[in-house]
Design a binder for this molecule. Structure first.
Ligand code: NAP
Length: 313
């Protein structure tokens, strides 16, 4: 069976594409992948998705999914091992199963970046985490460091104050890039302090994290700090490795698109953070998912027209 459209990824981009293509009657198949639900599942309160004054990230995803299912989206769990974008129909491999489709929407999102220290790797899951929402509760009455200066670092720090006795934000510059409102909340929270112009040089411990070595980037001084946990919140990298060699990627691995969603391959569209160097919001990802769905509609109706013309000959 050849599908009309397969959507890879189940964050706001994929689910919005699923909603639109299912309402068009294309009976889309959505493949979830390992980071099912995308970054919203790791988010606490969302206050900037229009229509919701405040909603938990996982709840927003649940509602989007229910809406897509209502109109006929089918879901498949599994990690994609290979894609053949140039073949007609397009082929998508989930382990030994091959799915064939006339069109494809890639909305694989982005994953957390790591600092790149060997000690960070050693202690991942033993005091080092990139997901405050997942692991925060393990740090009740403990002292933690959050690395980063963007909205994620602000949000994680604020969330962690629910559990930790205190939170220290370690940032490499002397100003945050986070939105004003998030910065204000951080500065107003007595449990949070900030170390400016500072980098984590090493994470120390034995079985678990017990401290960090911090470098002041202005003076080069190294200081040791006793700590129970390190949360890394330094941004994200696009989940695009599956498509390298078949689609154009930029120097950071984002898929290069035209008009947000178009690729050089007919029938292959991209939506959301995997192609978004700049905006990276749930609502912009959802918007890109809609654009991709409308391009699929255009493409499938062109294929239908060509088929009808052939049949007339
Ligand atoms: P981001 O905005 O790219 O910020 C990453 C932060 O980490 C920056 O402060 C950066 O420092 C720092 N950094 C990067 N690489 C580093 C390294 N190797 N070592 C130390 N520090 C490093 O990423 P984000 O905070 O994950 O946010 C991504 C997007 O999602 C943004 O558009 C944000 O607005 C959005 N977001 C929104 C919300 C919300 O509205 N509730 C919540 C989370 C995320 P520099 O500043 O020096 O570059």
């Amino acid at each position: 069976m050849v599908e009309n459209v397969i959507i890879i990824g189940s964050g706001p981009a994929g689910l919005s594409a699923a909603l639109y293509t299912s309402r068009e009657g294309f009976n889309p198949l959505l493949i979830r992948g390992v980071s099912s639900g995308g970054q919203l599942l790791l988010t606490t309160d969302v206050e900037n998705y229009p229509g919701y004054e405040k909603i938990a990230g996982p709840e927003l995803i649940r509602l989007m999914e229910a809406q897509a299912i209502k109109f006929g989206t089918r879901f498949v769990e599994g990690d994609i091992t290979k894609v053949e974008l140039g073949s007609k129909p397009i082929k998508v491999y989930v382990n030994d199963t091959v799915y064939e489709t006339l069109s494809l929407i890639i909305s694989t999102g982005a994953s957390s970046k790591w600092i790149g220290l060997p000690s960070e790797k050693n202690f991942t899951g033993r005091g080092v985490s990139s997901c405050a929402t997942c692991d925060g509760a393990f740090f009740k009455n403990k002292e933690v460091v959050v690395v980063g200066g963007g909205d994620t670092a602000m949000e994680d720090s604020l969330f962690l104050t629910r559990f930790a006795s205190n939170v220290t934000i370690v940032h490499r510059r002397d100003a945050f890039r986070a939105s004003k409102i998030m910065q204000q909340r951080v500065f107003a929270n007595p449990k949070i302090k900030v170390l400016w112009d500072t980098a984590v040089e090493e994470i120390t411990g034995d079985k678990k994290v017990t401290g960090v070595k911090l470098k002041n980037l202005k003076t080069n001084n190294i200081a040791e700090m006793k700590i129970d946990g390190v949360f890394v919140a330094i941004g994200h990298q696009p989940n695009s490795s599956l498509f390298a060699g078949q689609l154009k990627l930029d120097d950071q691995g984002y898929i290069i698109t035209k008009d947000d969603v178009l690729t050089d391959i007919e029938g292959v569209y991209v939506a959301g953070d995997v192609a978004d160097r700049f905006y990276k919001q749930a609502v912009t990802a959802a918007g890109a998912g809609v654009k991709a769905a409308l391009r699929v509609r255009e493409y499938l109706s062109m294929l239908k027209f060509e088929e009808d013309q052939k049949a007339k000959l």
